[in-house]
Design a protein. Structure first.
Length: 342
């Protein structure tokens, strides 16, 4: 079982960060920074109302409370809010910000507006930590080139469900990636198999628990997992693929027959994403698959996730939890790692 190496925060000087997107993930990150006493200062933030450079830590706390209550940053300081986010980004270096944490809602259609905003930050020489799949689906390599051209760092571990075990992989050639990358579909399939629920009942339970969205199509139709396996394969296998290249099979009432067949054979069904080399190309797929008891995915239940990275020499399995707290943990690790690379 792979776990990301814990970084001792006392070894890193104070890191000044700005938040682009001030939703659940960003606020969980801010709370985690405070709880761990991490050497991170959140100097600025931007939401849909504009960007704001905080005058002190007290203003950050007031901003967090206001956002939790459904307010906006403009309500906190209307006289200082910057409506143009690009102008806000341009002012960050002068405010001492070295890392931008981007967590805007993902737009899988074209990656905007986050794609151009991340690009602008990198061109300014600001390191970027993102959990946003949209920009990475459409222009991951373009953003990596932009980062290298300005000596900036781009970290994306929170965008793929399971953070790739970069230290273990090293310079090895990855020939296959398989994984449960979407916790929502795994939760639904687990409820169907362990409690005998039908698909619609399991989906309603997931929605009642706040695990599935009111419109669950991105999850159950495989789009979320497709984006994640695409990002991983482009990063680790040089797939040069697009979202339309991912073959998708949704989960639904028809999955009940597959579960019955698996149960009769002493096996289970898991929502697996896969990238493999076949006929000289990287082939990508997302589908519910039957797994045997000796599979690393057999015991991965509920909203938990896991991925297997196979190189020419060995297999590495990484596990992850789901939810905003887990993403916040990964974001903090990415921030500390980005700072250490400077």
């Amino acid at each position: 079982m792979h776990k990301r190496h814990h970084l001792h925060v006392t070894r890193v000087p104070e890191i000044t960060v700005a938040l682009l997107g001030f939703g659940n993930v960003a606020r969980s990150f801010a709370r985690r920074v405070a709880a761990e006493g991490a050497p991170v200062r959140i100097r600025a933030a931007a939401d849909r109302s504009g960007g704001l450079v905080f005058t002190d830590s007290g203003e950050l706390e007031r901003a967090l409370a206001l956002k939790e209550a459904g307010g906006t940053l403009r309500q906190l300081a209307p006289e200082r809010i910057q409506s143009d986010v690009r102008v806000f980004l341009a002012a960050l270096p002068q405010a001492g910000v070295s890392i931008l944490v981007e967590s805007l809602p993902s737009n899988l259609a074209d990656g905007q507006p986050a794609l151009s905003l991340i690009g602008s930050a990198l061109i300014l020489g600001i390191d970027v930590v993102t959990v946003d799949k949209g920009p990475l689906v459409h222009a991951h390599e373009v953003l990596r080139v932009a980062a290298r051209s300005r000596g900036a760092v781009l970290k994306t571990s929170g965008a793929t469900g399971v953070a790739p075990p970069s230290a273990e992989i090293g310079d090895a050639i990855v020939v296959e990636i398989r994984g449960i990358l979407n916790g929502t579909t795994n939760y639904i399939l687990t409820a169907m198999q362990e409690e005998g629920l039908g698909f619609h009942e399991a989906l309603r339970r997931a929605q009642s628990a706040g695990i599935a969205e009111p419109d669950p199509r991105l999850d159950i139709e495989g789009w979320d997992a497709a984006a994640k396996i695409l990002i991983l394969s482009n990063l680790l296998m040089s797939a040069a693929a697009a979202l339309d290249d991912v073959a998708r099979v949704a989960i639904g009432p028809e999955t009940e027959a597959l579960i019955d067949a698996a149960r009769a054979a002493g096996r289970r069904v898991r929502p697996l994403a896969r990238a493999r080399i076949w006929q000289g190309r990287v082939r990508l797929s997302v589908a519910p698959k039957i797994v045997r008891p000796d599979s690393p995915f057999y015991s991965v239940t509920g909203t938990s996730k896991a991925a297997l990275f196979r190189t020419e020499e060995r297999e590495i399995v990484a596990f992850a939890s789901s939810g905003r707290e887990e993403i916040a943990r990964i974001v903090l690790e990415d921030v500390l790692e980005a700072a250490a690379l400077r």
